[in-house]
Write a protein that binds this ligand. Structure first.
Ligand code: AMP
Length: 227
């Protein structure tokens, strides 16, 4: 994948967006911009942004659009100005509302960085719950494992950097159920939004990790006209 690709990864929590973004990062150096990771880092550092976001995240709700849009405008504008990732990036977990999508369109038009495609990852509800409640995360890198489906070599330790793995506080069953219903009401309308723009490509997130990666690469092969 030598050409520039600018992607949105859309889909419910647990569908495999972060896992695939990490793989694209490792294989192709594609920069992953994960709003959840940025927010968690701010919560950990106790910044003003983190303080604004924490209660929403803990309850499985979305952080307000104005907060997220401001944060992502700063992130993308800084990246474009420094030339750090004008070429290629994956937006993982953003946009999550129609208002965020409209703000993103306007921003990318201003920066002359059109999206290549929007990949919709999906899996059924039971699989999503099973994946999220068994998930272990490296809080430093955002890399994830699963106790049964994708375990680390040593329990509680990241294969990659040897750092500790934690269970995210919002990966408990009660919050997971709320996050899934937040997705249904607030984020699922983006499927129609991006279908209308003819940008949407569907990926079956229920397959094994390698098969999902193959589907992602196949979907990107079909986007040459947008390169
Ligand atoms: P994630 O790591 O993508 O599952 O995000 C964790 C939490 O961060 C979500 O449940 C939301 O509370 C918040 N969050 C992440 N991305 C967004 C976004 N684009 N809009 C609003 N809230 C977000």
């Amino acid at each position: 994948m030598m050409r520039a690709v600018r992607l949105v990864f859309l889909g419910p929590p647990g569908a495999g967006k972060g896992t695939q973004a990490q793989i694209l990062l490792e294989r192709f150096g594609l920069r992953q911009i994960a709003t959840g990771d940025i927010l968690r880092a701010n919560v950990a550092r106790g910044t003003e942004l983190g303080r604004k976001a924490k209660a929403y995240m803990d309850s499985g709700d979305l952080v307000p659009d104005d907060v997220i849009i401001g944060m992502m405008e700063a992130e993308l504008t800084a990246g474009a100005e420094s030339g750090a990732f004008v070429e290629s990036f994956v937006l993982d977990g953003f946009p999550r509302t129609v208002r965020q999508a409209e703000a993103l369109d306007a921003l990318l038009a201003r920066l002359h960085l059109p999206l290549t495609a929007v990949l919709l990852f999906d899996a059924d509800r039971d699989a999503l719950i099973e994946r999220l409640t068994g998930r272990w995360t490296n809080p430093r890198t955002g890399r994830t494992y699963h106790v049964a489906f994708n375990p680390p070599n040593v329990v509680g330790i990241d294969d990659e950097d040897g750092g500790p793995l934690v269970q995210r506080p919002d990966d408990t069953r009660a919050v997971v159920v709320d996050r899934l219903s937040t997705y249904d009401t607030k984020t699922a309308p983006l499927v129609e939004y991006y279908t209308r723009l003819r940008m949407l490509k569907r990926i079956d997130g229920l397959q094994p990790i390698d098969a999902v990666t193959a589907a992602v690469l196949a979907a990107l092969d079909g986007t040459d006209e947008a390169a």
